[in-house]
Design a protein around this ligand. Structure first.
Ligand code: BGC
Length: 353
């Protein structure tokens, strides 16, 4: 096997732009396909402990399905991932309002977030990886956000079965930015309709508590002794149905963990292991937090890759800042000012046990 990149025509966007699907394959035969419509990750094939490759992310069968993609399968999220309460916040002393696309909240960048835009794509190859740069100009006022934002997403599939995803951005007016990747993983998607037996470990002792609108209250809770404790590996399903007020809000895990190591180094945030296939996913990030979401709002009505997307059929681990940070000054700011460069990196590494 050698490193390769395949480019296919994928269809036409609602605005009439030609869209491609790029498949990156590494020297071990692992592959990731990405479309420049939304910089969405469409497939991810990794080996199990017998060397059999299988796709381990939920996704659709055609480009058109990504035009709506209500659950944000595989999506590159921006400008601001997660929720902004009442779709409103102050930026540089001025109040801005954003579309309320989740009850009264603004969610995942609005109705035409980064996952609904056509990005300019350029592939590249190194001695040990294949990758794709995706570039986008999000104009001043886009979805209500100030500033012309020049943003780049780079996916790179390495020969050691690591998929990295890196973001960088600059602006000409103070704005807010909190990007993330919204892939839904199921490490045994071919055989298991839920991820409840997957074992998860999180490098976090604390979550940000939620109100009934799924917004952080501003309080932090220690996870020790609660259903949210994943400091040691634990089956995702072990406590998911516990009668817990915080679990009930999201219908399962849908909460932001504060990573214990608050440095902005690329460090391990989560490890997920699936016993039958032996697949292990290690998630690293430079972000301060990671959202654990167990696909609680999937209800079987959407389909793709020969299956209906059922509740708990996948998990998302979304590196990010604390949700609603612009309205919660006790948490790290997500402001980006002219002259600064936003940068964020994550790594999804695959091996077997
Ligand atoms: C959020 C969920 C939401 C899902 C799909 C996750 O990041 O935490 O509450 O339903 O995205 O939009």
């Amino acid at each position: 096997m050698t490193l390769s990149i395949k480019v296919e025509e994928y269809g036409i966007s609602p605005k009439g732009e030609a869209v491609q699907l790029f498949t990156l394959t590494n020297a071990q035969g692992a592959s990731a396909s990405i479309t420049n419509f939304g910089a969405n990750l469409v497939t991810l094939y990794t080996p199990d402990n017998k060397g059999q490759f299988a796709d381990i992310v939920l996704g659709y069968d055609s480009l058109e399905d990504y035009f709506t993609n209500v659950p944000y399968l595989g999506a590159t999220i921006g400008r601001v991932g997660n929720r902004i309460g009442n779709g409103q916040c102050e930026i540089a002393g001025k109040t801005y309002t954003f579309v309320q696309n989740n009850g009264t909240n603004h969610l995942h960048g609005g109705l035409e977030g980064f996952d609904k835009k056509v990005w300019r794509a350029e592939t590249f190859k190194t001695e040990s990886s294949v990758g794709i740069h995706l570039d986008l100009l999000s104009e001043d006022g886009d979805q209500g956000y100030p500033g012309n934002l020049q943003v780049r997403t780079t996916y790179e599939l390495h020969n050691d079965n690591q998929l990295t995803c890196e973001y960088s951005a600059t602006t000409d007016k103070t704005t807010i930015l909190n990007m993330t990747n919204h892939s839904y993983f199921n490490l045994d998607m071919a055989n298991q309709t839920d991820i409840l037996s997957h074992e998860l470990q999180l490098k976090s002792n604390q979550v940000t508590l939620l109100d009934q609108n799924q917004l952080p209250t501003g309080e932090v809770m220690n996870v020790a002794g609660t259903a949210f404790d994943f400091t040691e590996p634990k089956a995702i399903g072990q406590d998911i149905f516990a009668d817990d007020a915080q679990l009930n809000i999201g219908g399962g895990y849908d909460i932001n963990y504060i990573i214990t190591d608050q440095s902005s180094q690329l460090r391990v945030a989560a490890i997920v292991t699936e016993a039958k296939t032996g697949r292990r996913l290690t998630v690293k990030t430079t972000e301060p937090c990671i959202q654990l979401y167990t696909a609680n709002f999937l209800d079987g009505s959407l389909k793709g890759k020969g299956r209906a997307f059922e509740k708990h059929s996948a998990f998302c681990l979304e590196p990010q800042h604390v949700p609603d940070a612009p309205n919660k000054p006790m948490f790290k700011s997500i402001e980006l000012k002219p002259g600064e460069t936003y940068s964020s990196k994550m790594s999804f590494a695959f091996d077997t046990v």
